[in-house]
Design a protein around this ligand. Structure first.
Ligand SMILES: C[S@@+](CC[C@H](N)C(=O)[O-])C[C@H]1O[C@@H](n2cnc3c(N)ncnc32)[C@H](O)[C@@H]1O
Length: 314
């Protein structure tokens, strides 16, 4: 492809390796130290999304994860109420992580949930969370790759994927798979990071900042809003609604990055906190610092958006 035609969608993470994604979610990769750090304020053994908060709401808390899940679920169930499968309450959670969203879907919305994830640690943790809450087998988890779901065609009325597609090497294939396992008329929602094309490609410096962002999050590449809209239609979905909610999560994350970086500029405080963090969580503050810095560089330029999508399988 002519370099003039290359969009941010074609900028790949040069170091991406699928085993690093598993490593990040199994505490075998320095990028996992961010989750250990965040575990001081939220339940990272259940929820692995950036959440959603209105102005004035406290963000570093389980409640922000639940607000994001509720927003997706409310839109999903509104469409479901008018679907030919309104009496079918089975939800597929694609890349379910540690199960918090699936468990919440059962507790708040009375859905039966099957969750799949390709990281053994997460599938194990999700299963143990469901067992502790006594909801197995109404909520059950197993291993599965979003690119080849181990599920029959037309088997679910509802599906979602929350903040996981960013990690998928081929998002159009994931959308085709979601379409394959959904019944015609079934409803699908997902949340994902999006790259803002003109910002990420504006200069060599921006491209480098963007690639560093991809690296620290173990993301192979990101879709743009337009490329997702095309891929959703090509996968046989009717996109009913999409929403950019960056101001309710990524902008708040960036504000927290600024505070973290400012506090880190006090060398004595950094040294003290580094020892405390290691003792309290096992995390290395230097790894957290690199993660936060790379995230802040991309977020402050407005290079990344956060999108929610609701679609009906045709
Ligand atoms: C950011 S976490 C989100 C987890 C969960 N949806 C949540 O909101 O808490 C991303 C998850 O995607 C999973 N994942 C990444 N690539 C995958 C793939 N190709 N197939 C299945 N799961 C995948 C990871 O193992 C991880 O659990």
């Amino acid at each position: 492809m002519n370099s003039m035609n290359r969009t941010a969608r074609h900028i790949a993470n040069p170091t991406w390796n699928v085993s690093d994604v598993n490593g990040q979610y199994s505490y075998r990769n320095p990028h996992a130290d961010l989750y250990l750090y965040l575990s001081q304020w939220s339940d990272m053994e259940s929820y692995l999304n950036v959440g959603y908060s209105n102005p004035g709401q406290y963000h570093l808390h389980v409640s922000s994860h639940l607000r994001l899940i509720n927003r997706l679920a409310d839109g999903l169930l509104e469409l479901h109420a008018h679907s030919p499968h309104a009496a079918d309450h089975r939800l597929l959670d694609i890349a379910a992580g540690r199960g918090g969203a699936a468990l919440h879907a059962h507790q708040r919305y009375s859905l039966e949930v099957v969750g799949v994830d390709f990281t053994p640690y997460n599938a194990y943790r999700a299963t143990s969370n469901a067992t502790k809450k006594n909801v197995w087998p109404q909520v059950q988890f197993g291993l599965g790759n979003a690119h080849r779901l181990p599920l029959a065609d037309n088997s679910f009325a509802l599906a979602w994927s929350i903040e996981s597609p960013a990690h998928f090497a081929d998002k159009p294939t994931f959308l085709q798979e979601a379409g394959r396992v959904l019944k015609p008329g079934g409803v699908f929602t997902f949340a994902d990071l999006l790259v803002i094309d003109h910002v990420a490609t504006a200069s060599a410096k921006n491209r480098k900042i963007y690639q560093e962002f991809l690296c620290v999050w173990d993301v192979p590449y990101l879709e743009t809003l337009a490329s997702y809209q095309r891929a959703i239609a090509e996968a046989g979905f009717d996109l009913r609604r999409s929403e950019i909610v960056t101001q309710y999560n990524l902008n708040i994350l960036n504000r927290d990055c600024v505070i973290f970086l400012w506090l880190s500029s006090f060398a004595w405080l950094y040294r003290l906190y580094k020892r405390y963090l290691k003792w309290r969580t096992g995390a290395n503050l230097d790894n957290v610092y690199q993660h936060v810095l790379a995230s802040h560089h991309a977020l402050r330029l407005g290079m990344i958006d956060y999108g929610l999508f609701w679609a009906v399988r045709m």
